[in-house]
Design a protein around this ligand. Sequence first.
Ligand code: GUN
Length: 285
Amino acid sequence: MQILDGNIVSQHLRKQIQEEVAQRKAHGKKIPHLAAILVGSDGASMTYVAAKEKDCHEVGFHSTVLRFDASIAEEALIEEVEKINNNAKIDGLIVQLPLPKHINEKRITETISWKKDVDGFHPMNVGLMFKGLPCFLPATPFGIIKLLEHYHIDTTGMHCVVIGRSDIVGKPMSALMLQKNCTVTVCHSKTKDLASFTRNADIVIAALGKPEFLTGDTIKAGAIVVDVGITRVADATKKSGFALKGDAHYESCAAKASWITPVPGGVGPMTRIALLLNTLHAVKS
Ligand code: GUN
């Protein structure tokens, strides 16, 4: 079994981005600038936005975080998004989700200019992605593709089973694996006898958000396991009081797989780097 190491690969890509930014600086070209809108004070969202800011600074990007009270009106938020759409200094914009209940997320997502939509959530980017045309890919599926490419894993002809059908991971992942010449099956919470699918998969991409759901007895010997899940599970042996668990039961899957992503240190760092790759793409397009 070999590890698909997201820490190593993201570090390698981070260096490449840093070098490209330095080159742009040396040639007087525009430095990529990512803006993030954060509404309210949800703990996880604040952590994610802080991580995105840190990532930008590490590679030399400019970053701006616009913080608004959870009570902001939908119209006022639309105006803020439009201001950024029209601000030539900013190349990429993310609106951190979830938004407060009184705000229509779909409307906000669709207001972001698709040319600055580095999350790849705008229907224009979704359509371009499904057609295999240049676009912003959602960060997690994009990061997974970069990880597989780094290890020269040729997925042509493989049966890929994606577990989960979210707009952010499962659906785009299935389209991208199809473009990578896989035969793709998408399983979800209503799938009957899910193990009958995963046992026949050459590659399983688990993105359902249920810790240790995929076990060694439900995968084929030599399968590739990509674990998107990351859930805090109470663990009295840890100082923090919790352990981070993926959607795959690591020990039993690792014993049978040819390749596997660890949690943490697999898909997570690749998701973070993918947003930077999209922001770099934004400044160039
Ligand atoms: N909330 C959880 N994941 C994401 C993401 O990838 N982008 C944004 N904007 N919000 C999120």
